[in-house]
Ligand binder design. Structure first.
Ligand SMILES: Nc1ncnc2c1ncn2[C@@H]1O[C@H](COP(=O)(O)OP(=O)(O)O)[C@@H](O)[C@H]1O
Ligand SMILES: [Mg+2]
Length: 343
């Protein structure tokens, strides 16, 4: 019997649009001889609808206006267990952060990707640091700034950042994704602006020393015995890999494999698998590193538990380069979710 797969798209995060494109790719490529698909759209204000119209309208956002194919039973669909598996093709908050995973867990529904705790820790860049420090994973030096503290002791906090990190620094909301809310500060004025900007997105921001680095990404797949594809490299068109460089600037480049020695690539794969296991990831994750240009020292940057998933996104592309087709990858992820749920 074919498995019924609910494909969740859209969602309430700043990455709503990216999610729609990822989901459209999944819907166009999923193996329909193995699965029956049920697309479920989540609007930016958190309303769930089952949607049976065209994939193109999911991609361009017109599905929300398409009343003839929209049924207001998106959450019921899951709660009534009309699906066998859930594939949350959602990025960022309320999708990649453990919340949807919790909803599935309550219903005993297999869900693609890491579980509640792992998703939540990987989503929060501060907690990722706290956890991985205990496993000796090298990461950029940092300071955590809390909105409440910042309002009380602004000068003091800025001074301590300058003392500890100097310039330039990166300022990131703890729960950012797609570089939204992130800025780079080269001086005190920019730092102050960057903190205020970052705190609009989260009540906690992370300030990090800048690593003069190449950006190397690793696709990891599996449950208890995860494997890694050959690492790739992104070469951003802008000063850093900001939203524009990620999605609109055609000058940004993806290189597979990353331009590093075989030995280094192996080392990075091992490190990615170690991190994946230490954070109790399952299904998939993309583990992103900063590799210092001169010393080639490896710093963990972040883990994405539901990485960009269009056919031309880094995660599927790295698997393609390692011999796994996009369609087979989707099948495997669904099977991994079922396997994980059965124990
Ligand atoms: N400490 C750092 N040193 C150098 N570049 C960084 C640093 N932190 C972030 N960046 C740059 O900012 C981009 C976005 O940061 P990242 O932590 O990956 O956030 P997001 O979750 O939004 O992708 C990275 O891809 C990289 O270009
Ligand atoms: Mg990133």
């Amino acid at each position: 019997m074919k498995k019924k797969v609910a494909i969740l798209f859209g969602g309430q995060s700043t990455e709503h649009e990216v999610s729609r494109v990822s989901a459209a790719s999944v819907l166009k490529n999923i193996d329909l001889s193995k699965f029956d698909v049920y697309p479920i759209g989540i609007t930016k204000d958190g309303k769930w609808f089952q949607y049976t119209g065209s994939i193109d309208k999911i991609e361009n956002g017109e599905w929300e206006e398409d009343q003839s194919y929209k049924v207001a039973n998106g959450q019921e669909f899951l709660f009534d267990r009309r699906a066998d598996v859930v594939f949350p093709v959602l990025h960022g908050l309320y999708g990649e952060d453990g919340t949807i995973q919790g909803l599935c867990k309550l219903q005993n529904l297999p869900c693609v990707g890491p579980g509640v705790m792992s998703s939540a820790v990987c989503m929060d860049k501060v907690y990722t640091k706290y956890v991985l420090e205990n496993f000796g994973v090298k990461q950029a030096q940092y300071v955590v700034v809390n909105a409440h503290e910042y309002l009380k002791n602004k000068e003091e906090i800025i001074n301590s950042i300058e003392d500890k990190l100097g310039y330039s620094v990166f300022i990131k909301p703890a729960n950012s994704g797609s570089s939204v809310g992130i800025s780079k500060a080269h001086n005190r004025e920019e730092l102050e602006k960057g903190l205020e900007f970052g705190l609009k997105f989260d009540r906690k921001v992370l300030v990090e020393e800048t690593i003069n680095a190449r950006e190397v990404e690793v696709a990891v797949l599996g449950n208890d015995e995860p494997i890694a594809a050959t690492p790739g490299e992104v070469i951003p068109a802008n000063e850093f890999y900001d939203y524009e460089a990620k999605y609109s600037n055609a000058e940004s480049k993806l290189l597979i494999p990353a331009a590093l020695s075989e030995e280094k690539l192996e080392k990075i794969k091992e490190e990615a698998i170690k991190i994946y296991k230490n954070l109790d990831c399952a299904g998939m994750s993309r583990v992103d590193f900063l590799v210092e240009k001169e010393t080639e020292e490896i710093y963990l940057n972040e883990i994405n538990t539901l990485p960009g998933f269009t056919q031309i996104s880094m995660y599927p592309k790295m698997w393609q380069a390692s011999g796994k087709s996009y369609t087979d990858l989707i099948t495997e992820l669904i099977e991994l979710a079922v396997e994980r749920n059965n124990r």
